[in-house]
Design a protein around this ligand. Structure first.
Ligand SMILES: Cc1cc2nc3c(=O)[nH]c(=O)nc-3n(C[C@H](O)[C@H](O)[C@H](O)COP(=O)(O)OP(=O)(O)OC[C@H]3O[C@@H](n4cnc5c(N)ncnc54)[C@H](O)[C@@H]3O)c2cc1C
Length: 393
């Protein structure tokens, strides 16, 4: 039997776990990644793949910017194809939210994000196909883009393997093992694995796993749908900007083959709680209809779009819509990184670095994960942005 000991065991082969495996392998750590199904089987394989810097607190803006620099040059920095396409992004708000938007833009610019405020007339110059009648203004981020979740996680996993990590698919972790207040490894359906450090990157399953060793992490899996629309001929230019529309409460990104992927950005998404091992993975017809109406309002030429297949995936929504990332108190060697609340894909590159810092104790990443510690819930020190839009961070 192959050696089942490592310095770090990672549970979960999504973008979080594979990026961590890559970064830890780069640092010479002996890593085993255990994935119960296949790479990108969870939220990562269902992601909308939008990569924007539009956040409303400094730490998340810095994380998104740090990651963008990797996404746009992935092959040179990491190696492999992630399907990156630069499209730009427009974040639209109504009059009521204008001051908040401007404050966010100022903060983003301070951190180094390339972003401009556009009034409704200027929005029409960037995107003449938009109805701007109910728009107060927009943030325009020309550097934003999209990538493919499955390609990205598989690229990180492949590079991790090249550097010596063992990436095992079809292995389910059934328990985290401990002795005398320390991690000793994990039990799986294929035997036990030992390591002094275990990273729980199990996304929507993460809270369940943490509960087996006594942690009550306020993260719930919720179902999130994406509608796929076939654009009518000539309705939208190829590679048009991603639209994040806070007035109508939806996002739309361009996909190859003249497709548009459309989802909701309403905080009520958190209410769709489901069992992560048994939920409807198809899109609902009434959801398609709802998204079609919102899309047609903002992009009238999309009124003639045809409905494609669509799908549903899982968000892991935390109490404050921000992840839990840190060493867990009272159990040496246990690191939790989940609860991305629907926006963790874009953060993949930086998160691998932050996890590697947590696992090795050696700080190389410029961003400190302290705000995301589990203890913040008990301390009442939740992570909040300046926006009312909890879902966007
Ligand atoms: C429809 C949809 C649209 C989205 N759009 C965007 C977007 O546009 N931009 C963005 O940044 N983010 C977006 N997100 C969010 C983003 O995709 C997720 O936050 C991110 O992919 C989560 O990655 P992860 O690796 O933390 O978790 P996951 O990808 O869920 O990976 C967890 C993995 O753990 C495995 N696992 C679970 N339990 C066990 C076990 N016991 N043993 C072994 N393995 C286990 C699972 O099989 C799974 O593969 C979207 C998500 C969805 C669902």
């Amino acid at each position: 039997m192959a050696d089942q000991t490592a310095e770090v065991i990672i549970i979960g082969g999504g973008i979080t776990g594979t990026s961590a495996a890559y970064q830890l392998a780069r640092r010479g750590q002996r890593v085993i990644l255990l994935e119960k199904r296949f790479i990108a089987a969870g939220g990562t394989g269902r992601t909308g793949g939008i990569i924007r810097q539009h956040y409303s607190n400094e730490t998340t803006i810095r994380m998104a910017l740090h990651s963008l620099k990797v996404w746009r040059d992935f092959d040179a920095v990491v190696g492999g194809d992630v399907g990156w396409r630069r499209t730009g992004a427009l974040v639209t708000v109504d009059q009521r939210d204008l001051e908040g938007l401007k404050a966010n833009i100022a903060l983003q610019r301070q951190v180094g994000v390339q972003v401009d405020f556009l009034d409704a007339a200027a929005v029409r110059e960037v995107a003449p196909y938009l109805n701007v009648e109910d728009i107060g203004g927009a943030a325009y981020e020309p550097e934003a883009g999209c990538a493919d979740g499955s390609m990205a996680a598989n690229s990180f996993a492949a590079r991790a393997r090249d550097l010596g990590a063992r990436v095992l698919q079809g292995v389910t972790v059934t328990a985290v093992t401990t002795a005398h207040g320390r991690i000793t490894g994990v039990e799986t359906d294929q035997g036990s694995f030992s390591a002094p450090v275990v990273v729980n990157a199990a996304g929507p399953w993460g809270a369940r796993l943490a509960a087996t060793v006594g942690f009550d992490v306020p993260v719930e899996p919720s179902r999130h749908q994406i509608s796929v629309f076939h654009q009518p001929a000539g309705a939208l230019p190829t590679g048009h900007p991603v639209i994040l529309d806070f007035v109508q409460g939806f996002y739309l990104r361009p996909e190859t083959g003249a497709l548009s992927l459309v989802g909701s950005i309403e905080a009520s998404e958190a209410a769709n709680q489901v069992d992560p091992d048994g939920f409807d993975e198809h899109v609902d017809m009434d959801f398609n209809l709802d998204m079609a109406n919102r899309t047609e309002h903002r992009l009238p030429l999309m009124g003639a779009a045809q409905v494609g297949k669509g799908w549903a995936g899982l968000y892991d929504v935390s109490l404050d819509w921000h992840p839990i990332m840190g060493r867990m108190p009272g159990l040496e060697g246990f690191i939790c990184v989940f609860g991305w609340s629907g926006s963790g894909f874009k953060m993949g590159p930086v998160v691998g670095e932050m996890i590697a810092d947590l696992a090795t104790g050696e700080r190389r990443c410029p961003i400190d994960p302290h705000p995301f510690r589990f203890e913040r819930f008990a301390e009442g020190d939740l992570v909040r942005g300046q926006y009312a839009y909890s879902i966007i961070g």
